[in-house]
Design a protein around this ligand. Sequence first.
Ligand code: ZN
Length: 261
Amino acid sequence: MKYLTAALLLFIIMAGSCEEKEPTETVLHPDFSLTLSALSDLIEDQPVPVKNAILARPEYFLELISEALKLPDYTLVLVDKKHGLLPGDKPEHLVSIFDYGLKVSRRDLQVRASVVPDLLAMNEAARQAGLELVHSSAYRSYEYQAEVYQRNVETLGKEQADRESAQPGKSQHQLGSVIDFGSITDAFADTPEGMWLAEHAWEFGFSLSYPDGYEDVTGYRYEPWHFRYISRVGTRLERDFFNGIQQYLLEFMVLYRTSNY
Ligand SMILES: [Zn+2]
């Protein structure tokens, strides 16, 4: 009887401890080894709204991350003042925007071919809203960016040049997946096209890289004309989990890739 009670007690203790462990030890998604506690540790230093959004829907978050990891590298690679591209980094297949019948301010504008389907879809949606988007700048080579930056340093001084233009290798334009629209001035934000893009670009995978009020995060002042294609999965992640801030998403992807999960 004594042994039976002891065995029963042991069984209850073991069962109890198993039950307790269950919620934190379960792997959240088959593509990852992440448990809820490991995910919480991974995102510990993220901004509070980002952390809260991820922990509210961790399985859905990892489902989107899993899809994002299948995208070509250029889609979500971080390119900013600290993370640069090499002079030889050039898109494999560039095409002319003008050749697709889109409105351009210069005929030599080029983008990555893989951006075109969603770019055309976005232009069509704008057209249906009675607007015509003007494409004013797109792919820039490392060498071209070096010229732009040097010119800005000469006319504006280094400090202001760094706020307004990227050093060679540090421009998102080198990816071939970025487009500047309209006048490329602050006034673009208040035009019908600028307002339409701010509201709808994400639906087609385009993300405003440098939003208003985030210069300390992105390194750049507000650029209402500068949109980077990060795919529809990317903009879904950005909106649902990263507070609408592209930089937060791209920094998380770096963090994830350097983790062991
Ligand atoms: Zn730009």
